[in-house]
Design a protein around this ligand. Structure first.
Ligand code: SF4
Length: 274
């Protein structure tokens, strides 16, 4: 089984090169997933000449595909697009679960080269030993340039995250981490719960945020929990452009977010679209 993750149109060309210039065993089952494949499942299936495309989050879908490795019958698996007898079929959408605690607490980092997972010099200009930890999936906003496909927010619970962080400290001696996920700060109560748990672990961390979801109180809580940097999706310095992007934020909100974040002692980076 060979599975390609295609997070963007840029990656798409890389994956197509890999597909065209590699030799696969005749019996290989070829799969693709990720944002690009989710938006263009049929096109990805035909263009890459593969067997099945996973639409949406793939953690559970891929396990069901593995079960059908021999039969190659994907008709009962929700959230896939597949080829059969020269025709293309798309199954019903896979419904999202309420949170993310149904996923295993600890991703199988040990199966990958350690240097791809545990790094230095990647956490806010420090040399701290760090890794990436997923807190959430999805984003309820709808900025019209964004590839984020999942509008429903899914959170891991604080205990679920804590278990993974303790494992990372014990196994890899990490000193910090970067939060993976579109928008960890949407639900303040959940953010506070998670910060309460992280605070006792003596780790430094960074995260992403919109400028209109931060307030002084929550920033203080994050700082106390070890947050050293926030990367804000600023996108543009023009109110007109922000409106055209459907970003639904103003220059005043951008300036305010940067000011209050710096005032609690957290560094700021910004992302711009151009
Ligand atoms: S807030 Fe960020 S992640 Fe959410 S839709 Fe806008 S750009 Fe995408």
């Amino acid at each position: 089984m060979v599975a390609f993750s295609i997070p963007s149109s840029v990656t798409y060309n890389i994956i197509r090169n890999v597909r065209e210039n590699s030799i696969f065993s005749f019996k290989s089952l070829l799969i693709a997933g990720g944002v690009h494949a989710t938006i263009y499942p049929e096109e990805t299936l035909i263009d890459l000449n593969i067997d099945v495309v996973v639409i949406g989050p793939g953690e559970e879908t891929i396990l069901e595909i593995v079960d059908e490795f021999s039969s190659r019958n994907f008709s009962k698996i929700k959230g896939v697009c597949y080829k059969q007898d020269d025709s293309i079929y798309r199954t019903d959408e896979r419904k999202l679960k309420r949170g993310l605690d149904h996923l295993p607490v600890i991703p199988a980092r040990h199966l990958l080269p350690i240097e791809d997972n545990i790094m230095s010099n990647r956490l806010s200009n420090t040399s701290l030993k760090m890794t990436h930890v997923m807190f959430t999936q999805g984003c309820p906003y709808s900025c019209n340039f964004c590839a984020s496909q999942q509008r429903k927010m899914q959170y891991r619970s604080a205990w679920h995250i804590q278990k993974e962080l303790i494992h990372l400290i014990k196994t890899y001696s990490i000193e910090g981490f970067a939060v993976v996920g579109d928008n960890f700060l949407v639900n303040k109560e959940k953010t506070r719960n998670i910060c309460g748990i992280i605070a006792g672990l003596d780790l430094k961390w960074s995260t992403l945020s919109r400028v209109d979801t931060v307030e002084y109180d929550i920033l203080e809580t994050m700082y106390d929990a070890g947050c050293i940097e926030i990367k804000f999706g600023v996108e543009s310095g023009s109110d007109k452009m922000l409106k055209a992007m459907g970003k639904n934020i103003s220059l005043d909100q951008i300036c305010n977010a940067i000011k209050i974040t710096n005032s609690v002692g957290i560094k700021v980076k910004i992302f711009l679209v151009h």
